[in-house]
Design a protein around this ligand. Sequence first.
Ligand code: 1HN
Length: 344
Amino acid sequence: MTQTDPSRQEYYDRIAPSNLTPLWEVMSGLVTPEPRVQAKAAVWHYDDIRDFVMESGGLITAKEAVRRVLILENPNLQGQSKITNTLYAGLQLILPGEVAPAHRHTQTALRFIVEGHGAYTAVEGEKTIMQPGDFVTTPSWAWHDHGNESDEPMVWLDGLDIPIISFFDAGFAEDLDEDSQELSRPTGDSLARFGAGLLPVGYENTTPASPVFNYPYERTREALEQMRQAREWDPCHGLKMRYVNPVTGDYAMPTMATFMQLLPDGMHTAPYRSTDGMVYSVVEGTGRTVAGGQEMTWGPRDTFVIPSWCQHHHEADGDAVLFSFSDRPIQEKVGIWRQDRGNH
Ligand code: 1HN
């Protein structure tokens, strides 16, 4: 840093009380040739942190905590409750017999189930029973509560657009006066009505969120298995599918994109980067991801993050199945999303 010229500094000091400041002193930091990304690549090995998650169950109830979650905080964004600059992630625990009380907020949430069988979430009057690998949405301002009537703990990865809503100063939240909301539709109704390649005649779309709120892993996995027979692999992604809103064809949620990807037979992907930082949850298989020169090993239930514009590639040991989410829908809407596929 060069010393500011004294006559200029005197001028800056004089205009400061008028809430004025010179652009030319800060411009190169505001408009950069490439993203300057603070977040770093990081991995959370489930085996290393599972005991901490379970321990929280003895420390506080789901009801008292409202949501009993350990936040996955990016090591370069400590104290900010962020996994990337735009996304929040955490691991939520719900024990047998517990209820996480009903509330709603303008933040959109996704759940990706990593452990346990048969706990439920209720969203806008419909319950869904959750299984490992299921992707469940909670749209903006939708009432939601969780419960566990199974005999085992359930843990899921929460992804929320909290930093984005905070950036817009557009956060609202309220509690329902009962723990569990009243149900108005049978379990499975939304998936049957909107997730079978059919739509109710005369259905009019009123929100940007998908009317399907549980995308069961069983179906997703079967689709990947069927498609692998075509042997059409993207060099950078293997076989990568995005979850869609069946009414609009857009992403399942307006602020966050979600994906499921198969890396077959020990595939090593080609170097890739894009402007959407990606949070991954490993469903099946083991392997490594090299991101920004750092190697992260992974296996089932691990979470890892690849920041915006960070060059990376994946190396699967055998077959691997990876779930991921990012802020790509907003970037695409604004027209700023970029990718660098190298020469592929
Ligand atoms: C929330 O409502 C949930 O509903 C999870 O499960 C995580 C993090 C911050 C604020 C609200 C949930 C959350 C959250």
